[in-house]
Design a protein around this ligand. Structure first.
Ligand SMILES: *[C@@H]1O[C@H](CO)[C@@H](O)[C@H](O)[C@H]1NC(C)=O
Ligand SMILES: *[C@@H]1O[C@H](CO)[C@@H](O)[C@H](O)[C@H]1NC(C)=O
Ligand SMILES: *[C@@H]1O[C@H](CO)[C@@H](O)[C@H](O)[C@H]1NC(C)=O
Length: 409
């Protein structure tokens, strides 16, 4: 999977571990950071259907015969191609927003998942002008110039994003997950933003049309932001369904020195979240609607929009079917039965195009650095799990001789 999704998986892993342990013994092991997870879970369960969080990824499963593979589809949003982007529900549009709501979505591989995530945010009311795709495909200006073909895993259609009104920033070269996160923060500093939202690219958001007082995902996110700014507390992060969508305080990121880029993927989130907590920056779970974690895409993204002429209707058959389908897609990804990665396997072309890399080699390379990152975390803290604070660590204890305080049996 693209580096961008690793952070989520680490969080899911300890979320999963937490529930498991609760069920078995009612105790909390050192795999979990109870303060974050405990506050975190109920919200996530509410806002992402009742599916249990998935287990951490094993290595990509061997390709089995008979996996439910999606047929290759070059175009998943024919209406956009025809220049006829559907109207969103006018109830999802929020006027008089007094503050900026920049949302950054990083992209490395899989245009189809990215386009799906972007379109879901737009349909849920996020203004296109506030949505910025960070092109971390590492192919320099090749996507901008349209030099890659859709079967190339690093293909990104700049023209389509521009057509949708979404802007694009490019990273100078391929960044790891931790580097990309620091890129987000630095970008926010350059833009003079005190905060920003970021989202994984392999999610789909859906406004909760079952609410008695309907509000779109965007409306609710704006509300969270407004409350957060009014609180004037020492807030660090607001987590919408784990960190599938996150509101980040730039001041907090500066205070802890940002992400540790020497831990490129897994564990780098534990490292950062623990360091934030060590300096008392809060990390509260919040909610804005349904957020699904998916590894596949809808056949036609038009289904994310209301039917023409019925834009203001809520809880329609379309909505109910869409919700069911997204739940099934999330479940499929979590089942790990090839679901998580099968799209990558389909998007396996582009050989000979600029900056092309062997996709399987790329995956293996990432896995290599994931392992090295875990090793480095252990070197840094003399300890390899996420619950640094519970083991007595403070902000100055990285790279010292300090050992974890283990409970005496
Ligand atoms: C990219 O998007 C544009 C605008 O929707 C569309 O005209 C074009 O066909 C797309 N390119 C490919 C290769 O699909
Ligand atoms: C949504 O529609 C379904 C089916 O028509 C109905 O059973 C359900 O009560 C509705 N929910 C709300 C909150 O309106
Ligand atoms: C964090 O809060 C605790 C408890 O209120 C306090 O003892 C500690 O000094 C604070 N740490 C920092 C870095 O502000």
């Amino acid at each position: 999977m693209p580096p961008i999704s690793l952070n989520r998986r680490a969080i899911l892993a300890f979320g999963g571990a937490f529930i498991f342990v609760l069920l078995l013994s009612g105790a909390v092991t050192n795999h979990v950071r109870p303060d974050l997870v405990q506050k975190h879970l109920p919200d996530s369960w509410r806002s992402t259907s009742q599916l249990p969080p998935p287990q951490q990824d094993p290595p990509p499963p061997p390709k089995k015969e008979g996996n439910p593979e999606q047929a290759w589809q070059e175009e998943i949003f024919p209406l956009a191609k025809a220049g006829k982007i559907p109207k969103i529900n006018p109830k999802n549009v929020v006027n008089d927003v007094n503050f900026k709501t920049p949302l950054l979505i990083g992209f490395t591989r899989n245009w189809y998942l990215l386009e799906q995530a972007v379109v879901s945010y737009l349909a849920a009311g996020w203004p296109a002008s506030q949505l910025i795709v960070i092109d971390n495909s590492g192919v320099m200006d090749s996507n901008l110039r349209g030099l890659l073909t859709p079967k190339n895993p690093w293909y990104l259609n700049h023209t389509r994003l521009t057509q949708l009104g979404v802007s694009i920033q490019r990273t100078p070269t391929l960044l790891s997950f931790a580097q990309l996160q620091n890129f987000f923060t630095n970008y926010a500093i350059e833009q003079d933003w005190g905060y920003y939202f970021w989202s994984h690219m392999d999610v789909v958001v859906l406004s909760d049309e079952l609410l008695p007082n309907y509000k779109s995902v965007y409306d609710r996110a704006v509300e969270v932001l407004g409350n957060t700014l009014a609180e004037r507390r020492h807030w660090g992060l607001k987590l919408f369904a784990y960190d599938w969508l996150t509101l980040v305080n730039v001041e907090a990121m500066k205070d802890v020195g940002g992400w540790d880029t020497q831990i490129p993927f897994y564990m780098t989130d534990c490292d950062l979240y623990e360091r934030l907590a060590m300096k008392n920056w809060t990390q509260d779970p919040v909610s804005a609607g349904f957020i699904y974690d998916v590894g596949s895409h809808l056949k036609d993204l038009a289904v994310l929009y209301p039917e023409e002429g019925h834009e203001t209707e809520l809880n329609t058959t379309r909505f109910q079917n869409l919700k069911k389908e997204l739940e099934a897609m999330m479940k499929e990804k979590q089942s790990n039965d090839g679901g998580r990665n099968y799209w990558q396997a389909r998007q396996d072309g582009g050989q000979g195009e600029p900056f092309w890399r062997n996709p399987k080699g790329f995956e293996r390379g990432i896995n290599f650095w994931i392992d090295k990152g875990r090793e480095l975390f252990r070197l840094k803290w003399n300890y390899g799990e996420c619950d640094l604070i519970a083991k007595g660590y403070g902000i100055d204890d990285g790279w010292t001789d300090k050992k974890p305080i283990m409970p005496t049996p």
